[in-house]
Every structure is written in structure tokens, then in C-alpha cells.
Design a protein around this ligand. Structure first.
Ligand code: ZN
Length: 284
């Protein structure tokens, strides 16, 4: 542990983003099973491209050249493309819905009435519930708002999960009495983009797992927890890979083949070398 702390200090001096990433990854709530699961019976696997991007990011590898610019906003990219987690909004939204869906997959095993995108809970167009379930908090319906926070964002503060949790509580605070009258309590469910869960998130998941344990026993519940954590972890990592990919310079089909080995879908052949690449070959 002492060595790890020293390593953390050395990284903190050299690279602020890397220090934050290491801090996130050391948290016990992070699921790392996506790194080694190859058996589909044990859970989802990422495609090779997503896997390689996430491994590179985790190691802080230099994924782009020194002068590479963001494909979305034109800003100069940091070498490990952490910028993507603050910039790629469409991919963030798509990934958010995938995480919601994975959380629901687990909740539905103990609450068949779980609902998503619930409208009409408050007298406005706001929807304070990505998920409405009786499995989140004992004795109440819980309006769960799923948020995935970027640790590198300017407004993230020292703890991106705590900041996002507070922001959501403040945003929906004036609806609490209305929700309470309907027997509903509001809970943000926050992860960091690296996969760290806010303590309230872990409590919500554990409440659902406790209900599962009451019905199916200790052993089944432990296996279910393992599978659920894995699936949520994969959904978070897929979101992250999509966000990083969106801001990175695009690769030619030939370069994609070199990195992943996938062949042209239609012809099953090696992708042709582009004119620019041919020029480089001739020049060499
Ligand atoms: Zn950008």
C-alpha cells in the first residue's frame, strides 16, 4: 500500500488527470471484471475496439499524436483523450440510457412493476425519474435519476460523484413535497465515468439485492450481484469508449483492420490502402 501511495504521489506530480483516474480506479465500488471475462455465460464482453480503447485509457497510454484536435469542438486533445469524457454529449446520452437499461434489468428481478421515463410525477415537463421502482428503498417508491459524472469536468470538484449527487438534489429539491405526497422519494444514482459508484448508488443496488436474497437465497444473490455489477461495469466502459472514440481523429479502414483485425463486411477482404496512405508508401 505504501508503494501504491508513493506511485500515486509521483503520478500526481506528473499528470493531474492520471492521478484522478488512479484515485477513481482504486475505489472498491469499481467493477474490473470487464478486463478478464471471456466467457459469455459469465457476462457481456466488449467489442475489441472498445476493449483496446479502455485498456489504453486505463493505462494512461498516449492514444493520439501531440497536435491531435477534438473531432467535435476542435480543442487540442490531451494524449490520453480524457477530453472526450467532457465533450462527446451524444455518446454520453446514448451510454446513459444503456446504463439505465442495465440497472432496470436487475431491478425487474425483484420489482416486475419497475418503470422508466415516468411522466406526470411532478406538475411540469421535468422527469425526475429515469426509473421508478419499489426495490430501491424499503417501504417506498424511489424515483431514481441516473447520472454519470466526468471527474475531469471543470465543475466536478474533488469528488465528481458527490458533486453530481448534490447538484441533482438541489435541482429537484422543490419537487420533494409533491413526490412525498405520492409516496415517492427521490434518489440520484451516480457513477463516475471511470465506474466509481456514489455510496447512495451502492445502497440502492444492495437494497434490490437484499430483496433478491430473501426470495432466492444467499448463494443465488451473490451470483446475481456479481453478474449485475459486471453488466453495469461493461455498460459504463462501453459509454466511455464511445465518448473517447467520438473525439479522436478518424482512422482509415486499413488502420482499423491493423488495430482490430476485422475484415470488410461485404467482401471479406483486406480494406484497400487509401490514396494518402499509398502516397506515404511510395514516398518511403
Ligand atoms: Zn471536444
Amino acid at each position: 500500500m505504501h508503494r501504491l501511495e508513493n506511485l500515486g504521489e509521483r503520478i500526481a506530480e506528473a499528470d493531474d488527470r492520471a492521478a484522478r483516474r488512479l484515485q477513481e480506479l482504486l475505489d472498491p465500488s469499481v467493477s474490473h471484471t470487464w478486463l478478464w471475462n471471456i466467457n459469455l455465460r459469465c457476462g457481456s464482453r466488449m467489442c475489441e475496439e472498445d476493449f483496446l480503447i479502455n485498456i489504453s485509457s486505463r493505462l494512461g497510454a498516449q492514444m493520439v499524436g501531440e497536435d491531435a484536435k477534438c473531432q467535435l469542438c476542435g480543442e487540442l486533445l490531451d494524449r490520453s483523450v480524457g477530453h472526450g469524457l467532457c465533450c462527446a454529449r451524444s455518446e454520453a446520452t446514448r451510454g446513459h440510457y444503456a446504463v439505465v437499461s442495465t440497472v432496470v434489468d436487475g431491478l425487474v428481478t425483484v420489482d416486475p412493476g419497475v418503470r422508466t421515463e415516468v411522466s406526470g410525477l411532478v406538475p411540469s415537463a421535468d422527469r425526475p425519474a429515469d426509473i421508478l421502482t419499489t426495490a430501491g428503498v424499503p417501504g417506498a417508491s424511489t424515483a431514481i435519476d441516473v447520472t454519470i459524472a466526468a471527474p475531469d469536468a471543470k465543475a466536478a470538484g474533488k469528488d465528481a460523484c458527490a458533486t453530481a449527487f448534490r447538484r441533482k438534489m438541489t435541482r429537484y429539491h422543490h419537487y420533494f413535497p409533491t413526490l412525498r405526497r405520492q409516496g415517492v422519494i427521490f434518489r440520484p444514482m451516480v457513477w463516475s465515468a471511470e465506474g466509481r459508484a456514489h455510496p447512495a448508488t451502492s445502497r440502492l443496488l444492495e437494497n434490490a439485492i437484499r430483496l433478491f436474497r430473501n426470495r432466492h437465497g444467499l448463494e443465488e444473490a451473490a451470483a446475481m450481484r456479481r453478474r449485475w455489477r459486471h453488466e453495469i461495469g461493461v455498460a459504463l466502459q462501453r459509454r466511455k469508449a464511445a465518448m473517447l472514440r467520438a473525439v479522436m481523429p478518424k482512422h482509415s479502414a486499413r488502420q482499423v483492420w491493423l488495430s482490430g483485425g476485422g475484415l470488410d463486411d461485404i467482401h471479406g477482404q483486406l480494406p484497400a490502402i487509401s490514396a494518402a496512405e499509398e502516397d506515404m508508401v511510395v514516398d518511403a
